[in-house]
Write a protein that binds this ligand. Sequence first.
Ligand SMILES: NC(=O)c1ccc[n+]([C@@H]2O[C@H](COP(=O)([O-])OP(=O)(O)OC[C@H]3O[C@@H](n4cnc5c(N)ncnc54)[C@H](O)[C@@H]3O)[C@@H](O)[C@H]2O)c1
Length: 222
Amino acid sequence: MKNAKISNAVIKRLPRYRRYLIELRKKGVEKISSKEFSNLIGYTASQIRQDLNNFGGFGQQGYGYSVDGLYDEISAILGLDKEYRMVIMGAGNLGQAIAKYTHFHKQGFKVCGVFEISPNLIGKDLDGIEIMDYENIVEYVEEEEIDIGIICVNQNNAQEVADKLSFAGVKGIWNFAPTDIEVPKHVALENVHLSDSLHSLAYHMNDIQKKDQSKEKAKKEE
Ligand SMILES: NC(=O)c1ccc[n+]([C@@H]2O[C@H](COP(=O)([O-])OP(=O)(O)OC[C@H]3O[C@@H](n4cnc5c(N)ncnc54)[C@H](O)[C@@H]3O)[C@@H](O)[C@H]2O)c1
């Protein structure tokens, strides 16, 4: 890797590159130029070259990128060439939905356990996964070598759960609670604030509407 300090914006684009490469592999495409990739994905060719140069390039002048090679490299950069063991904290609506979503497992992210505080849920079975008592989370993470904790508890309990998971030794926390939790430096944190995304959608919808209205107005005034 050329540069250890990669901007978050670049990291966020890599899964998208990878998704398109999966489609290209399915179609049997073996190589692609940055121009062709640009037409497909919607980023400029120079953006693509710049992004991939962060990691040493991979492209060959006059040849373009090897689809398999680039797919392997990006997968390795994202750490998707290994398996991860996960626990879900909170077996409410969201926790259950994530536990039942089998696609993550196919991508190498295995849900090993689900933890709860509600006596009504502890001991129940969730598609083959037993819902366990939150009291036992630290031992479980240590014994089962859990990598990732997924926070699906109520907002008010999220920080406490994050502290417990960090203490127990998880390497990453995927936080769905709509609150900014703090984690120690050795733990990676990714927040998924669905409402933020929805609010951003509302903004863009209204922005398009406003632009359309001002176009209409300008037309009428002509
Ligand atoms: N449901 C959604 O679609 C959705 C979408 C975006 C964000 N969220 C957020 O995700 C979180 C969960 O949402 P939900 O709809 O599943 O809520 P929910 O109330 O259905 O479930 C939360 C569960 O967490 C459990 N819990 C609380 N403290 C705990 C602890 N310390 N350890 C283990 N379990 C604990 C509760 O007993 C409950 O069963 C919330 O913070 C919510 O704001 C939910």
